[in-house]
Write a protein that binds this ligand. Sequence first.
Ligand SMILES: Nc1ncnc2c1ncn2[C@@H]1O[C@H](COP(=O)(O)OP(=O)(O)OP(=O)(O)O)[C@@H](O)[C@H]1O
Length: 488
Amino acid sequence: MATDSWAQAVDQQEAAADSIGGLTLKEKPEANGTAAIATDSSSAAAKSEVQGEKKPADEDDKDDKAAQSLLNKLIRSNLVSNTNQVEVLQKDPNSPLYSVKSFEELRLKPQLLNGVYGMGFNRPSKIQETALPMMLAEPPQNLIAQSQSGTGKTAAFVLAMLSHVEPNNKYPQCLCVSPTYELALQTGKVIEQMGKQYEEVKLVYAIRGNKLPRGTKLHEQIVIGTPGTMLDWCSKFKFIDPKKIKVFVLDEADVMIATQGHQDQSIRIQRMLPENCQMLLFSATFEETVWNFAQRIVPEPNIIKLKREEETLDTIKQYYVLCNSREEKFQALCNIYGAITIAQAMVFCHTRKTAGWLAGELSREGHQVALLSGEMQVEQRAAVIDRFRNGKEKVLVTTNVCARGIDVEQVSVVINFDLPVDRDGNPDNETYLHRIGRTGRFGKRGLAINMVDSKSSMNILNRIQDHFSKNIEKLDTDDLDEIEKIAS
Ligand SMILES: Nc1ncnc2c1ncn2[C@@H]1O[C@H](COP(=O)(O)OP(=O)(O)OP(=O)(O)O)[C@@H](O)[C@H]1O
């Protein structure tokens, strides 16, 4: 089973939260604390290396300004004003946003129909139109569903949970498990927004740091959380009676059953649930062995699966920048910083150490950046992701802990400062797809820029390109005519 360094980072982050003092939350944690930027002396050494690589200032200025202005055009042309584009895509039968039905035809409860319209949704996306009838059928049916990143999977399973809850029963009836703390918070927010008109239905967060007194009996009907805490609430603390659970959702299901830690916890939760509990597994990617495993653990599932060539979104243009070292990658990132902050950007590093170094170097160059990685305390992480979501920070330097699910509408550029590889150094195609899927959300145009700094990373990129049969063009920030061509 594929387990990657991202998964280890997530498992460690699950463990890291024990150090959280007194975070007693019943509702969504409020954002507090400040964004952490690595300013330790160790990166001073890195700085001297960077200076050694620098070109003469006047040459830099010329390239920087020209590169930035052309890249500005490239990104602006990608930031098409979105409403009409979504409408166009929702009428295109080949688009993952296309649907023949309206929300009215999906037989949602009036409170939920109002919730959906309250969120500004006009029509269901393809995954919503296809999955909801299966999930709302009587008797409820199990589902393993794949749909491209940003196509509305979260809304699909949230509507299923809200539809199956019996509001008069004041105890947990739906469990939704997410692989990371940030994603659990984000999905909880979608449940709160979509269920706003459904006041009698309440939500509670089973996340590290939300320490409830022993003997607590939960009255909330929906529990959203991470697998370790959710398992504790079902078994060790018995805050939840698993026998009363009607719906069990695994979001980012492939990583939930492919990552040793998460797999053990998810399966142990599943084994405590009643036979007739509805199981819903969602992800943008399902590596073959994981797909087969999922079909073994979910009784008689309905299946919604993409062909390999459908997995990548045409709305996300993918490029690579050829560098010779980490310092040159840093310099290239500085050169295009102005352009990528027209909206917002996420920069992915392979390790927390590189992320800390890069965030420190960028901030030392006077660039405003936020840093989020697994070893930070959950309060800081909640504050960083909130500030980024509210546009207070334009660039988020992070690791794979933010590779999946994070939904920030204004992210127009994803930069792979390091390409995603598994622990054997092979391309991590699933993480690549999730990372670039942080842009191009629900029909928006997105830009993915991969930084290559050696023959081996060029080889990794070529294998990723071959895997998805999707061309990744060279973006030469020195060849201004070339950027002009892309921008036109
Ligand atoms: N029917 C709809 N109409 C308009 N916007 C929608 C609709 N459904 C979802 N969205 C919006 O699209 C964005 C992406 O949705 P969501 O996060 O559910 O996608 P996803 O498939 O879960 O993505 P990922 O694979 O990255 O987790 C969100 O901002 C959501 O509010």
